[in-house]
Design a protein around this ligand. Sequence first.
Ligand SMILES: Nc1ncnc2c1ncn2[C@@H]1O[C@H](COP(=O)(O)OP(=O)(O)OP(=O)(O)O)[C@@H](O)[C@H]1O
Length: 379
Amino acid sequence: MITRSVVVQSQLKQNDQPRPAGRTSVGVSFAASLTFEGVHQRFGSKDVLCGIDLSAEPGQILCLLGPSGSGKTTLLRIAAGIERQSRGRLLLNGEVMASESVFVPPEHRGVGLMFQDYALFPHMTLLKNVAFGLTGLSSSAARTAAASALERVGLSGRGDQYPHMLSGGEQQRVALARALAPRPSVLLMDEPFSGLDSRLKDTIRTDTLQILRESRATAIVVTHDAEEAMRMGDRIALLRDGRLIQTGTGRELYRDPVNLFAAGFFSELNVIEAEARGGRVVTALGPVATTRCDDGAKLTVALRLNGLRLGTGEAGVTGRVLSRRFLGGVDLFTVAVEGVDEPLRSRMRAGTVPENCRDVVVSVDPLAVIVFEKDASDR
Ligand SMILES: Nc1ncnc2c1ncn2[C@@H]1O[C@H](COP(=O)(O)OP(=O)(O)OP(=O)(O)O)[C@@H](O)[C@H]1O
């Protein structure tokens, strides 16, 4: 998580004159590409980022996804210019912003930054908060631009209020207005929805997405939530321990993960051992897929929970229900199956398995199966 110590003020472009009052748009940014080339970061004896090669195209929303400590925020801080990388280069529209010999300070990068805790100034009105970064404008032009930005996020007429008078969702929108008001070419957002409760999150996320699309800024959004990354990102970069594991669309990462870690980040999995036999992937649940591996090859099979079906009469192996939990739309089961060491988990549409059913027939949906060669499963 980014600390709130620095607010990056975006530099205004020469032709970025404020729009006349009454216009609804915050204004369109001149979207830029942002490229990390071989970026390495070392803190003390620890390598926190290891050779990151990654680009966000103009106007694209790129989500940095990964578990805590994977280096997402550090990458964002390097893009903002709050941190300087140990090796590698950062380019904005092909122009070097940071390298061994160059370092463009944050305020000259045209990059906006939105903090996880919004970092609004409590003693300033909303209008002043939003106008804070508009240092290149006269005070009246800054006020007009700030009012327009507040209007765009649905807070017109609230400029005289103070942050404590707003709900969490409204504060998030003020922070977004402040970040967008200087029309940055790249907007960097660190876990922008983490402070919101889950219902509000959906609405605010949808609104934010729409505002980002309208502003046409390139955006880099940090999140540790795979579903959020899929909802927001045109592309997703999955990080682990400072390394880029996979980049692609949400669909690509979900359907074709490069390893077990990537698969597990996008869905809950059962993991079982398997062997190649006669062109098939054979497990204790029976054959679950085809394979080109030689007979005897050791494989790891990942089964999504919604693809492990429990029934009473279908073909499959027998399982013993160990637990059952009602989760609203689905029932969550744990089931013991002979030949599988750990209990398997299954999500079934609520009510499809009769109550008090102890023995079930377990079968596998082929679409929910991902097979990895054993040695490659976690590279
Ligand atoms: N200034 C620093 N000095 C030393 N270590 C640091 C510094 N900043 C970050 N780290 C370490 O670098 C690693 C990556 O941290 P970073 O905040 O980038 O991860 P993250 O993926 O954003 O995590 P989170 O989701 O928890 O915010 C962590 O192990 C962290 O402790």
